[in-house]
Write a protein that binds this ligand. Structure first.
Ligand SMILES: [Zn+2]
Length: 134
């Protein structure tokens, strides 16, 4: 038996686009966040549950850490070889960046995590379907 989600598999570009617009990965219309910090769960449009299980959203830390690290490495080498900043200025600039960027990026990291999960394990999976049918 197939569900609506399995029938309409979205492309990676669409999934990433929805995540970067902070929209539901399943329908692309519902907003993921009510405000800067609070999630809108479940989706107001299609009912997709965003926080699927306890600790589920911790996976977004991998996206936040990965993107932050990648940017710090690229910025470090770019600034180091351009000789625009002294070593001390470079340290403080990238130190501040690596503290502030993840705070700003956390909603996008969460959206990317949920979109990534939706691609590999669309909601509701077999176990979630059994739980809701009871
Ligand atoms: Zn939705």
């Amino acid at each position: 038996m197939t569900t609506e989600h399995e029938k309409q598999k979205t492309s990676i570009a669409i999934s990433v686009g929805r995540a970067l617009r902070l929209r539901c990965p399943a329908c692309g219309v519902g907003k993921l966040f009510r405000n800067r910090l609070q999630m809108q769960d479940p989706c107001q449009q299609c009912g997709r549950k965003f926080d699927r299980a306890p600790g589920y959203l911790l996976g977004s830390i991998y996206f936040n850490y990965g993107v932050t690290t990648l940017l710090v490495v690229v910025l470090y080498f770019s600034l180091f070889f351009s000789n625009t900043l002294s070593s001390r200025q470079l340290l403080w600039t990238l130190g501040a960046f690596s503290l502030l960027f993840p705070l700003w990026f956390f909603r996008y990291a969460r959206a990317l995590w949920i979109a990534f999960d939706e691609r590999w394990d669309p909601w509701p999976n077999e176990e979630e379907r059994r739980t809701f049918d009871r």
